[in-house]
Write a protein that binds this ligand. Structure first.
Ligand SMILES: [Fe+2]
Ligand SMILES: [Fe+2]
Length: 488
């Protein structure tokens, strides 16, 4: 059923709303094309989407700049990522060759436009609503002639350059104004050329889990941490986890009679480990997920009692095998707790056959990175975030993802950002409980990490030295800038 425009979708700027209506029309057209398998309109749709991205995003960015929107930089980055996403889909569509192989790409286009509407227009763009009212009020009495978008853009860029950061520091200070940057691991490309459903399904499950694990593997070579990374953050763990899944979980999924029956209608030709999820009927997705959860449930420890009445947890043979499979080759490779039910819950959360978390995790991280720079390292940006903004943002992010991932988001900040010390972690955990036992319920791995920090007092001492050095450098920079502005 086509989606109909409603007033609540409007941001209040006529040209932007007209563009958003155009997006809705494109979404409806792609839905129709998918439903009717009308591949002859595919190429035209991709062209129109590229045109939409180019013209609308620029128009919206001009609007944001001319309205003084504080989230401009971040929003622009989202637009860049969306443009790139559309470009890649188009490339995939063109290289797919024959009509039948192009259908999954058309499905991806429809899903992408759906996300653009529901997450971006109805989520991100809605922040502009507050500006349109303000702007209308401010513009009403002046009657100034409208300015062409390109003109506004160049003027604003000019204004920004003069109002923003000092670029011509002498060489001894130049390193102090290096913007934060670091490399993050890249996703492996999707695999293709499968002929059997079982092989494709197995690889697609692995690939989807990989999209979460790779996200958590981000680290910063310039940030040295004395303790080993938590297990979810290590590439070695990822390899061992995939092997454990292949041995202990996948056989239960692939031998399910219902999956075998339902999968006979799926033609694997032309599908890859990404497009697999796009063509899979919802009932089959649900069934794979149910089997995945049941297989992990089978590994749970069971409550029992000894002859003397003492309560114990009974560990099954398979769970012992899982523990052995995940053991790091070297204790310094990653920190692995004893696998128990809490870990089984975490492993279960790593696969979602309906939601592909990769995009959402990265969008969340873009914001976290921005706020880190603004609050904790405000050397480049004039827009300073208030104290506590990073903490609040992380707490809000916990609501978006499976609850077991909160720990790893916080620990990823610690591994990426120089000024997110163990003291920050310590204070952060105080938001989720009054005492250590309560905090451990919500952030078990962070609390575990902090216990290890406490056992090595030199870690805290080193962090304090680094913080002092940072403050001293900032003081040098402040004095230099002060002296310079006094001289000018
Ligand atoms: Fe928009
Ligand atoms: Fe936008």
């Amino acid at each position: 059923m086509p989606i109909v425009w409603r007033d609540a979708m409007a941001v209040g700027a006529a040209d932007l709303d007209a563009d958003h209506k155009r997006l809705l029309a494109l979404l409806n057209a792609s839905e129709k094309a998918v439903g009717e398998q009308a591949l002859e309109v595919g190429a035209r749709l991709f062209e129109l989407v590229a045109d939409y991205a180019q013209t609308h995003f620029q128009r919206e960015e001009v609007f944001m700049l001319s309205s003084g929107f504080s989230g401009y930089e971040r929003h622009k980055r989202l637009h860049r990522a969306m443009t790139e996403e559309a470009r890649q889909l188009w490339r995939g569509y063109l290289s797919a060759g024959e009509d039948k192989a192009r259908l999954p790409h058309l499905v991806s286009l429809r899903d992408m436009l759906n996300r653009w509407l529901t997450e971006h227009v109805l989520g991100e763009d809605m922040q502009l609503k507050a500006l349109t009212g303000k702007r209308a009020r401010a513009a009403a009495p002046s009657g100034a002639p409208p300015v062409a978008p390109k003109e506004v853009l160049s003027r604003q860029v000019e204004v920004q350059k003069t109002a923003d950061v000092v670029y011509d520091l002498p060489p001894e200070f130049a390193h102090l104004l290096q913007p934060f940057s670091c490399k993050v691991p890249e996703l492996p490309p999707p695999e293709s050329d499968f002929t059997r459903f079982e092989d494709l399904c197995q690889a697609a499950i692995r690939h989807r889990i990989e999209r979460v694990l790779v996200f958590f593997q981000r680290g910063n070579p310039e940030v040295r941490r004395a303790l080993p990374p938590p297990f979810l953050a290590s590439a070695e763990f990822a390899g061992k986890f995939h092997a454990a899944v292949a041995q202990l979980i996948l056989p239960a999924i692939l031998s399910s009679r219902q999956i075998k029956m339902m999968s006979t209608n799926i033609d694997c030709t032309g599908l890859d480990t990404d497009s697999f999820w796009e063509v899979l009927p919802p009932i089959l997705k649900d069934h794979i997920l149910a089997c995945w959860r049941a297989a992990w449930d089978d590994l749970r420890l069971l409550p029992g009692k000894k002859a003397d009445g003492t309560r114990i947890w009974q560990v099954k043979e398979e769970t012992r095998a899982l523990r052995a499979l995940l053991e790091p080759s070297d204790p310094a490779a990653y920190d692995l707790p004893r696998i128990a039910n809490r870990e089984i819950d975490l492993f279960t959360s790593l696969l979602d056959t309906v939601t592909d978390w990769w995009g959402q995790l990265n969008r969340c991280w873009d914001i976290v990175e921005d706020i880190y720079e603004q609050e904790k390292d405000p050397r480049i940006f004039q827009d300073k975030a208030r104290v506590g903004a990073l903490r609040d943002n992380l707490l809000a992010a916990f609501e978006t993802f499976p609850e077991q991932w909160g720990d790893f988001l916080v620990l990823a900040c610690h591994r990426m950002f120089p000024r997110i010390s163990s003291l920050f972690l310590e204070r952060f955990t105080h938001n989720v409980g009054h005492n250590e036992a309560e905090r451990e319920l919500h952030l078990p791995y962070t609390v575990r990490y902090l216990r290890q920090v406490r056992a090595h007092p030199d870690i805290r001492a080193e962090e304090e030295r680094e913080e002092e050095a940072w403050q001293a450098e900032m003081e040098q920079l402040r004095l230099y800038l002060k002296g310079r502005s006094a001289a000018s």
